[in-house]
Design a protein around this ligand. Structure first.
Ligand code: SAH
Length: 233
């Protein structure tokens, strides 16, 4: 293959574009951003708001508390941000979505990038989800005040997997979830701390024994904390 790979591209639709790249401008993701391994384009939904006040929301049809993001405003923002042939997945951060998994993160990181819509208020008018083919993605069973922190979470998980982003290339492959298991425990210096030592096997230099010990601990921790992961395969 020739030439530099095209950067992984994230387009974010939000009412708070100043939240991006935020924490992703620092550390490994920030270095990768500066190097051009990925790019981020926050777009303000309010630029497509209605009237003098650039209104983006309205009261829920049928009544109830809170406000709902208008489908026409959000669709205009999406249409303005994308080329017609843009094939990147269009995600809507939403507690109703399919929970994000490491497998999905890996698939997204291997693609061209993502388009992420960040909800606010009570959520978005259902019609724009259908009309613009948005896929709802949740980062967990709790409610955030907006989709921005959920989007940052998804981006962080993807960006760290981009080629050359991680400090040590190998350190992505042994982590929690990658083998369907939670990770084994880590230790470093000092050798003795507050009366606690380091498991003998780790000091022995027997790589086979160390690997076996780590796998056994990973199994034990997974069985105790997340038995659902073991029954998944
Ligand atoms: N009324 C909605 C919650 C709205 S929270 C409900 O009960 O389902 C406001 C916005 O925050 C949502 O539109 C979504 O974009 C974001 N959000 C909240 N919790 C989230 C989660 N767990 N995962 C992803 N996005 C979330």
């Amino acid at each position: 293959m020739t030439g530099a790979p095209r950067p992984w591209r994230a387009t974010i639709l939000t009412l708070y574009p100043e939240m991006f790249p935020g924490p992703l401008g620092l550390s490994l993701s920030g270095d990768a951003l500066a190097r051009g391994a990925w790019s981020i384009e926050p777009r303000n939904i309010r630029d497509h708001g209605i009237g003098r006040h650039r209104s983006v929301d309205d009261t829920p049809s049928g009544g109830g508390a809170g406000m709902v993001l208008r489908c026409d405003v959000l669709a205009a923002a999406i249409d303005a941000a994308l080329d017609p042939d843009d094939a990147r997945p269009r995600l809507l951060m939403s507690p109703r979505g399919r929970p994000l998994t490491q497998a999905r993160v890996r698939a997204l990181a291997e693609g061209e990038g993502v388009i992420v819509v960040c909800g606010r208020f009570e959520g978005v008018d259902e019609r724009v989800i259908e009309g613009r083919g948005l896929e709802e993605v949740s980062i967990g069973d709790y409610i955030l005040s907006g989709g921005e922190i959920a989007a940052l979470t998804l981006l962080d998980a993807c960006v760290r997997l981009l080629p050359g982003t991680m400090g040590k290339a190998a350190s992505g492959e042994e982590e929690s979830f990658e083998g369907g298991l939670l990770e084994y425990p880590h230790y470093t210096r000092p050798r003795d701390w507050e009366g606690r030592g380091i498991p003998q096997v780790l000091a022995g230099g027997n790589h086979g024994a160390i690997a076996a010990w780590r796998r056994e601990r990973a199994l034990e921790i997974t069985r105790a904390r997340r038995p659902d992961l073991l029954s998944e395969t």
